[in-house]
Design a protein around this ligand. Sequence first.
Ligand SMILES: O=C(O)CCC(=O)C(=O)O
Length: 268
Amino acid sequence: MTAHIDPVTQPTLTPAQRAAFARDGFLAMRQLASAERLNAMRSVVLDHVERHIEPIEYEADVAYPGAPESRTAAGGDTPRRLRQAYDRDPLFAKWATDDRLTAIVAQLLESDTVWLSRGHHNCVMTKSPRYSTATAWHKDLRYWAFETPRLVNAWLALGDETPANGCMRLLPGTHRMRFDADRMDTDQFLREDMPENTTLIETATEAALAPGDVLFFDAGVLHAAGANSTDQRKLSMVTTYYGADNAPVPGSRSARLDPIPARVSPHA
Ligand SMILES: O=C(O)CCC(=O)C(=O)O
């Protein structure tokens, strides 16, 4: 069943957009957030970064290759993710449950009801100019525990995202592929020393985004991103959704925080 979408206020995906998402596992939609909203969100983010408002994941915590060894090492206390965006500020909560945003998610999930996960993503990614590490190829599902793999992420660009500042890179169609366990390392990153993996990586698409654009991607699609080599911080808010046909596995980390009903079925 699909959600009732008001075509005036809420975008309706074209058959070509739906087909692209099903085929590739991602879809960029342009200009979904206004400049006014982005300015307000950016101000809150910069204030929270400046004042180190917890919960924060720091560059030292991600432990990606090249990351500072500890929070006290040079750059170790550079914020990488402002966690718990939904509970952090009403501006973020409003965006996460925005009608136009969740109308698109409802269509991608083919579910009238849309749940926002508070346990996964639900953060502002802050990629700093001086200290930032690249993220290797992975599927977000690697540590998540849900009844089905049908989850959609919405990545809102709060500013420009380009290859130079470490925009997202995605491997089209990989949400539909099954990978033998030995193609991943022990942390579930795609091994880049295997010819079948390097051939796959050659198919990567770079998701350059302008402020207000949203990249929707299936939680099963392989993606990566580079470091930020510019002199400006890159800021993106990322939220994760699932539909009525899915739920976190009881007792798992994915079930620890109550989800938010981001969109309620008109038939409920
Ligand atoms: O901006 C990045 O480095 C990518 C982040 C990412 O893929 C993730 O946190 O799952």
